[in-house]
Design a protein around this ligand. Structure first.
Ligand code: BG6
Length: 457
């Protein structure tokens, strides 16, 4: 694929750019010293090239970026002051481009969509790549409309629906763990697996993101996007090759077979919102009292959803995703619980808990508990835990995503139909929530969630 020589970050003055994108870009350029890349920063602020260079330097420092490609990028970076919802500004921006550009929209989706509508009028250089942050649309219908709009601009392979969870090393390592070992894949099905939980609990609260988060909530912010992607990698069939065509076909097929468990969005989902509380030394106000929050939105800060992948491999196996903010501890793991063994010879003493495989996303490690004869009586079962570090990736998750983007390899980008499937899965749940069919429960910030919820994993 024709690779990218000009990266246009639209919204370069914002927080996403300086906190996540630029540090990752610095890391990537430190590794790839020969990469020739020009950066154009676009924003509405009154910045100039010098101010952009200063921001780049500060962000690159946070990831210890150095080397020729980094210095070169800073030296030649240019700032374009433009309002991307204004036709003349967009025309000027497009006219100023040379080479093969990638537009990275580090902007709220509504503005991105407006800019793309203007691209239909201005046209785009050959080979342009468009990279969009989540949320991709606001429901299945709007995601489809956005896909149709993008399809009028560039081919599907040149649309990057960014999901940095696909760049997390534990998620990427699932490919190796599942498909390069004899001991897991034969057991990776309904015969042997009782349930799978994907948990992403955070201690972080709103972090000043009320404007976005209050319209999204935990279901859209985490489950609709990130955790369903992880679920797809955990449940997909083996792709024929690691090319993007095969990998994305496999994940999209898994998502197409994914439905709310038992077809019942009420029984298979839960939601809650935090009240005031303490996390370590930090005191958080109740979510509804945070600045920028509209209490009438009933936004959940903790969500759980159980789904089923309806195929021969997974039929009947509950797959539960959970994510929340302001919780007691950070916990980010995929927990695979195997079925109990059918029998053990009479005479064994001790417990024999089910085997559980835990794949943790930061620190990146795996754990498998096994029942063995312990140090004492050999006929009394004991438990041991096999552990291994997954090995942190060389790049941050955003670095993996950017690396794919600049090589125009969409393997880590969500394919258009898969993005629609993810909305289809959660739209039914959100409709039930809107009708108040599922109560919005509460939990004190710094707790493990509502006391009545059974823990996962
Ligand atoms: C983002 C969500 O996409 O992912 C945040 O908007 C969340 O709310 C974050 O905190 C979690 O990802 P990571 O990689 O920062 O732990």
């Amino acid at each position: 694929a024709q690779s990218i020589d000009t990266l246009v970050i639209v919204g370069v003055t914002g927080d996403l750019s300086s906190r996540l994108l630029l540090p990752a870009l610095g890391q990537l350029l430190t590794r790839e010293k020969k990469r020739k890349l020009r950066l154009i920063g676009v924003g509405t602020e009154d910045w100039d090239d010098a101010k952009l260079a200063q921001t780049l330097k500060a962000s690159f420092e946070t990831s210890s970026a150095k080397g020729a490609a980094v210095t070169d990028l800073i030296k030649h970076a240019t700032y374009v002051r433009a309002d991307v919802t204004d036709r003349d500004d967009v025309q000027r921006l497009v006219d100023g481009l040379t080479g093969t550009p990638a537009f990275y929209f580090a902007l709220p989706p509504a503005i991105t969509a407006q800019c793309c509508a203007l691209f239909e009028q201005t046209g785009l250089p050959d080979g342009t790549v468009l990279a969009l942050e989540k949320p991709f649309g606001t429901d299945e219908k709007s995601a489809r409309a956005l896909n149709e709009q993008l399809a009028r601009l560039v081919p599907e392979e040149r649309v990057f629906r960014v999901d940095h969870f696909l760049g997390k090393s534990t998620v990427l390592n699932l490919l190796g763990l599942r498909f390069a070992n004899r001991v897991f894949e034969p057991l990776w099905n309904r015969e042997h697996i009782e349930k799978i939980d994907i948990v992403y609990d955070e201690q972080l609260g709103l972090e000043g993101r009320a404007r976005y988060y209050d319209t999204a909530g935990a279901m859209v912010d985490m489950i609709q996007s990130h955790l369903l992607q992880v679920l797809a990698v955990v449940t997909m069939e083996a792709p024929a090759t690691l090319d993007h065509e095969d990998v994305r076909a496999a994940t999209a097929t898994a998502l197409r077979a994914t439905h709310v468990f038992g077809g019942d969005p009420v029984a298979s989902s839960r939601r809650a919102r935090y009240t005031a509380g303490k996390i370590g030394r930090r005191t958080l106000p109740a979510y509804k009292d945070e600045s920028g929050v509209d209490p009438a939105h009933h936004t959940e800060t903790l969500a759980e959803l159980t789904v089923e992948v309806q195929n021969w491999r997974w039929s009947g196996v509950p797959l539960t995703m959970r994510s929340g903010k302001a919780l007691a501890a950070k916990r980010s793991e995929i927990v695979i619980t195997f079925r109990p063994v059918p029998e053990v010879p009479t005479g064994f003493g001790g417990d024999r808990p089910a085997n559980v495989l835990r794949l943790s996303m930061g620190p990146d490690r795996m754990e498998l508990n096994v029942n063995i004869n312990g140090p004492g009586d050999p006929l009394v079962l004991d438990q041991a835990v096999f552990t291994a570090e997954f090995g942190e990736g060389e790049l941050l998750a955003y670095g993996e995503v950017l690396s794919g983007l600049l090589d125009a390899d969409p393997m880590l980008s969500i394919r258009g139909d898969a993005a629609e499937e993810c909305w289809r899965i959660v739209d039914a749940v959100r409709a039930a929530w809107k009708d108040d069919a599922v109560p919005l429960q509460s939990y004190p910030a710094g707790s493990k969630g509502p006391a009545t919820w059974t823990p996962l994993g």
